[in-house]
Design a protein around this ligand. Structure first.
Ligand code: FES
Ligand code: FE2
Length: 427
C-alpha cells in the first residue's frame, strides 16, 4: 500500500514535480516521423506541456511552445517556413531551437532595437530514430537517444501504433512488471469472453531483477520449467516507461497527469524470399479504445491492458490497494523510481542514461528467442518455430491492437510475401 504522498510523487509529471524532473532526463518518442512529414505540424502534449511539433522547409524538426510568446496565439495555425515556424497572427518567426528570427513590424519600425534578439520561445530538442521522433525536455547535456538493439535489425517491416489512454501513465508502466496478469487477463479472461471455459497454465514461481536499463521478470508456469527462456531471459520493463518484448516496444508516454499516449514500435522480420527488404517509410496508425457504442474494446492484447489501466481509475488510488507476492515487481519498480527521483533532486544522473556513442551503436537487451527476428527463414519455417516456442507471430493480422488500417495491412502482407503486390484483397 502506498502513502498518499508516494501516490502523488509517482504520478505527477508536470515541470518541477519530482517525477516530472526525472522523466525529463530521458528521450521520449512522441510521434511517427511519417506523421509529422505528412502533416507538417501537429499538436503534442507531453509531460503536461502543450507544444507543437513541426517539420521546417529545410527538413529539420521542431517542438516548440504551443502559444506564441508575442500575444499567445496558437502556433498550430502557424506558417511553415524554410527555417522555422511563423505565427500567423503577426508574423513572428521562430527557429527550431526557439530563437526568434523575425518580427516583421518591429524589424521595420524600429530595426535598431533588435527586439527579436530578446525573445525566445520554449523549444525542445527533437531527434529521429527508428521511424519515430523523440523529444528531450531536460537540462543539458542531453544523453543519446538509445539505439536499442531491435532498431539495428535489418530486413524488417516496422510500424508505429498509437492509442490514447485516458489515465495516468504510471499504472500503465506498472503493468510492464506484472507477469500474472498474462495468465488471467490475456488467457483466462480471453477464453471467457470467447465462451470457452478453459484455463491456461498457472504461474508457479516469479523472480524480479533490476539491471542497468530496467527490471526483468522471470516466471515458471505449469507448462515449462526453468530451462525456458521465460525464466532464463525473462521480459523487461524498460526504464523508465516502456515494456520491451524483443520484436516490439510499448511506451507509456505521459501526456499529462490524467492521459497517456501508448506508442508501440513493432518489428516483423520479412521471410528469406523477400530479402533484402528496405522499408522507405515506417507506417503509423492509431487504434480506438472504445467501439461505436462507447464500450471498451477487449478483443486484442493491448486493448485488454488499456481496459485494466483505465479501470484502475484516472489516477489509481494506491492507498487502497493490497499488494501480495505477485506484486514484488511493482514494489521494486516504485522503489527504483523513488531512488532515481532522489538522485535527480540531488543533482546526480539517474539510471540508464547513455552518453557513450560507441556503446550506443547497439544497446543489447534481454531478448527471448532472438533468432526469430534475426535469422533468415521462410514464413513456414517461422510459423513452425513459433509453434514450437508457443509464440504466435508473423500472422497476417496485427494481433496486439485493434484497428490496423487496410492500407497498412496490405503493405505488411506484401512485404511479408503473404500476398502479391497487385493483389485485389488482403487476407
Ligand atoms: S501572437 Fe504571434 S505574432 Fe503576435
Ligand atoms: Fe498485458
Amino acid at each position: 500500500m502506498a502513502s498518499p504522498a508516494q501516490n502523488e510523487r509517482l504520478t505527477r509529471v508536470g515541470p518541477g514535480t519530482p517525477m516530472g524532473e526525472l522523466l525529463r532526463r530521458y528521450w521520449h518518442p512522441f510521434a511517427a516521423t511519417a506523421e509529422i512529414d505528412e502533416l507538417g505540424i501537429k499538436p503534442v502534449k507531453l509531460l503536461g506541456e502543450s507544444l507543437v511539433a513541426f517539420r521546417a522547409g529545410d527538413g529539420s524538426y521542431g517542438l516548440i511552445d504551443r502559444q506564441c510568446p508575442h500575444r499567445r496565439a496558437d502556433m498550430l495555425f502557424g506558417i511553415i517556413e524554410e527555417d522555422g515556424l511563423r505565427c500567423s497572427y503577426h508574423g513572428w518567426c521562430f527557429a527550431t531551437d526557439g530563437k526568434c528570427l523575425e518580427q516583421p513590424f518591429e524589424d521595420t519600425a524600429n530595426p535598431k532595437a533588435r527586439f527579436r534578439d530578446k525573445i525566445r520561445t520554449k523549444a525542445y530538442r527533437v531527434e529521429e530514430k527508428a521511424g519515430m521522433l523523440w523529444a528531450y525536455m531536460g537540462p543539458d547535456p542531453a544523453p543519446l537517444v538509445p539505439n536499442w538493439e531491435p532498431f539495428t535489425w535489418d530486413n524488417g517491416f516496422r510500424q508505429v501504433v498509437y492509442a490514447d489512454v485516458p489515465c495516468n501513465w504510471f499504472q500503465c508502466q506498472e503493468n510492464s512488471l506484472d507477469p500474472v496478469h498474462f495468465e488471467w487477463m490475456h488467457r483466462n479472461w480471453t477464453s471467457r469472453l470467447a465462451g470457452d471455459g478453459s484455463y491456461g497454465p498457472k504461474h508457479l514461481e516469479l523472480k524480479f531483477d533490476e539491471f542497468e536499463f530496467g527490471h526483468i521478470y522471470r516466471r515458471v508456469r505449469e507448462d515449462a520449467d526453468k530451462d525456458s527462456q521465460h525464466w532464463t531471459v525473462g521480459s523487461t520493463a524498460l526504464w523508465p516507461n516502456a515494456f520491451f518484448l524483443g520484436d516490439h516496444i510499448e511506451w507509456r508516454i505521459p501526456v499529462d497527469d490524467e492521459n497517456t499516449l501508448s506508442i508501440t514500435w513493432m518489428f516483423h522480420r520479412v521471410p528469406v524470399g523477400q530479402e533484402p527488404y528496405v522499408q522507405q517509410r515506417v507506417p503509423y496508425w492509431k487504434g480506438p479504445v472504445k467501439d461505436a457504442e462507447g464500450n471498451w474494446i477487449t478483443s486484442h492484447v493491448l486493448n485488454q491492458d488499456i481496459v485494466a489501466w483505465a479501470g484502475q481509475g484516472v489516477i489509481a488510488d494506491r492507498t487502497e490497494e493490497h499488494l501480495g507476492q505477485s506484486d514484488l515487481g511493482i514494489v521494486m519498480l516504485r522503489r527504483s523510481f523513488d531512488e532515481n527521483m532522489k538522485a535527480v533532486a540531488e543533482g546526480r544522473d539517474p539510471k540508464g542514461l547513455i552518453r557513450d556513442a560507441e556503446r550506443n551503436k547497439c544497446v543489447e537487451l534481454p531478448i527471448k528467442h532472438r533468432e526469430i527476428f534475426t535469422t533468415s527463414m521462410t514464413l513456414e519455417e517461422s510459423w513452425a518455430l513459433g509453434k514450437k516456442l508457443a509464440y504466435r507471430f508473423n500472422q497476417p493480422h496485427y494481433p496486439h491492437q485493434v484497428g490496423q488500417p487496410e492500407a497498412v495491412k496490405r503493405e505488411f502482407q506484401v512485404a511479408m510475401g503473404m500476398i502479391p503486390a497487385d493483389a485485389e484483397h488482403t487476407i
